[in-house]
Write a protein that binds this ligand. Structure first.
Ligand code: ATP
Ligand code: MG
Length: 461
């Protein structure tokens, strides 16, 4: 009870000064270089319709930041003084989403424009009683309050596509020009409110090549552990954004510099601290970055399979050292890895299924006799397993010759495939033997002797 009273008093104190109304800096079209060609037509339509109905409506957030940097935004968010119900009434395909704070998704073909009502500065939790009843209708606020709730100054700019004006409440344009990431308000307090902002700081700095302002950067290393309190599903979403940003290598390098990798995937720190594991992970991430930048799709299952592979290897090796059978040992190692991760990071079930298959297929690439390769190549997940194998050989974990053989096999005619199988059979040691952990460098020198060490490498160097 007392807590609630204190919370309400705090709320009142917090709101008053902001309500007093800060005027934004207004930057006319002539003073910035937003290329209107980069603005989505759907976003323009949403703004125009709302404005015609007498509301204010602006493109906001990452899209404005990117437009000012002459980067094509990947999606468009709009902020308005219209309520969700009013917003919805103006569009044919519009859906109200969210329970506590409602937003509207306006759909145009494949594109979704997220439209939200200016938010008040108060914390939603304080306005809802223990039965979930909304105690106040002040969830919605003024534009300056909306801007103060946002994370970084460069993410708090509003662009009116009709007038071409940019509204800037927090010197965001100045920071953008100085290529600096600066938190709005007191950084430590903002990280305590939402620790994900630390990950966002790292992601934006890496993506944009910006410096993190000292006051914004300083609390991160001491507050990094707060990330442990973030719900697993949200952490997963954020990790996925980071890893698929096209700048994953830069992000991971930076996370490490900030001491944040410990709080992320529970084992990412362990992986990165093992030189062989790091080589594999970094190679995987730089390939992912290349794909993203070339506009190609990437598979989260594959990506997480690469991140956690070293952990599977370590566990598999430990079991093999215990004289367990090779394949059951691998399956148990996979279970252990998945269990340890999903507790912390809610990797979605469909991605987990992909990971299991990619890992489970690996020993089958070493069996190149009889019908095995012909059956494997028909497997639904062959392509992902094969790509994973190529990555392992590029990372020096498997013999390059094995990857090459499969590449030839994939491209070969049925007759050539028979011939390749005969060739493989004539190579010494082409049947796998249990036992993991022979140094890969040694094996690489003996090109062609592929099946002698199973899943060696990353864990043994
Ligand atoms: P991108 O979409 O390129 O990753 P973005 O800045 O658009 O970057 P979103 O997650 O789409 O990021 O969020 C849109 C906007 O919402 C942000 O620009 C920011 O203003 C605000 N925002 C998002 N997450 C937070 C947060 N955790 N705390 C405060 N504001 C946030
Ligand atoms: Mg965005």
């Amino acid at each position: 009870m007392i807590k609630r009273v204190i919370a309400r008093v705090q709320t009142l104190f917090k709101r008053k000064p902001k309500r007093a109304g800060r005027e934004p800096k207004r930057i006319p079209a002539a003073e910035h270089s937003i290329n209107r060609e980069l603005v989505s037509r759907s976003a323009l339509r949403v703004c125009e319709s709302l404005q015609k109905a007498g509301h204010r409506a602006y493109i906001v957030g990452g899209a404005v930041r990117d437009l000012l940097l002459d980067i094509a935004p990947k999606d468009f968010d709009i902020a308005t003084d219209a309520t969700p119900e009013q917003i919805k009434s103006h569009f044919r395909r519009a859906f109200i989403i969210g329970r506590r704070f409602k937003l509207v998704h306006v759909m145009f073909g494949q594109e979704t424009i997220e439209v939200s009502t200016f938010r008040a500065l108060v914390n939603v939790d304080r306005l809802i009683d223990e039965h979930g009843r909304v105690l106040s209708d002040n969830l919605y606020g003024e534009q300056n309050e909306d801007s103060a709730r946002r994370d970084f100054t460069i993410n708090a700019l509003y662009y009116d596509p009709t007038t071409g004006e940019v509204l800037d409440y927090h010197e965001g344009v100045k920071d953008l020009r100085a290529r600096r990431l600066r938190m709005i308000g007191d950084p430590a307090e903002r990280y305590r409110e939402d620790p994900v902002r630390m990950l966002r700081a790292v992601r934006f700095a890496a993506k944009l090549g910006f410096a993190i302002d000292e006051a914004t950067r300083e609390p991160i290393h001491r507050m990094a552990d707060l990330i442990e309190n973030v719900p697993a599903a949200r952490l997963f979403d954020e990790m996925l954004k980071l890893l698929t940003s096209g700048h994953a290598v830069a992000c991971i390098t930076r996370l490490r510099a900030e001491g944040l990798h410990h709080g992320l995937l529970p084992l990412l720190d362990v992986i990165l601290e093992q030189p062989a594991g790091e080589r594999f992970v970094m190679l995987a991430l730089s390939r992912t970055d290349e794909r993203v930048r070339a506009g190609k799709s990437i598979s989260p299952g594959f990506l997480f399979a690469t991140l956690l592979w070293n952990d599977v290897l370590v566990k598999w090796n430990a079991r093999l050292a215990n004289d367990e059978n090779r394949i059951p040992a691998l399956n148990l190692a996979i279970d252990e890895t998945i269990d340890a991760q999903t507790e912390k990071l809610a990797i979605q079930r469909r991605f987990v299924a992909d990971m299991r298959e990619i890992w489970g297929l690996q020993p089958r690439f070493e069996r190149r006799t009889g019908r095995s390769p012909l059956r494997l190549v028909e497997h639904l997940r062959f392509r992902a397993g094969y790509d994973f194998l190529l990555l392992r050989s590029a990372a020096d974990e498997m013999p390059v010759a094995l990857g090459d053989w499969w590449t030839r096999f994939v491209q070969a005619s049925p007759e050539e495939r028979e011939q390749l199988i005969v060739e493989a059979a004539s190579e010494k040691g082409s049947t796998p033997v249990a036992g993991v952990g022979t140094g890969t460098r040694r094996r690489r020198r003996r090109r062609g002797r592929t099946g002698d060490g199973a899943a060696s490498g990353a864990s043994s160097e």
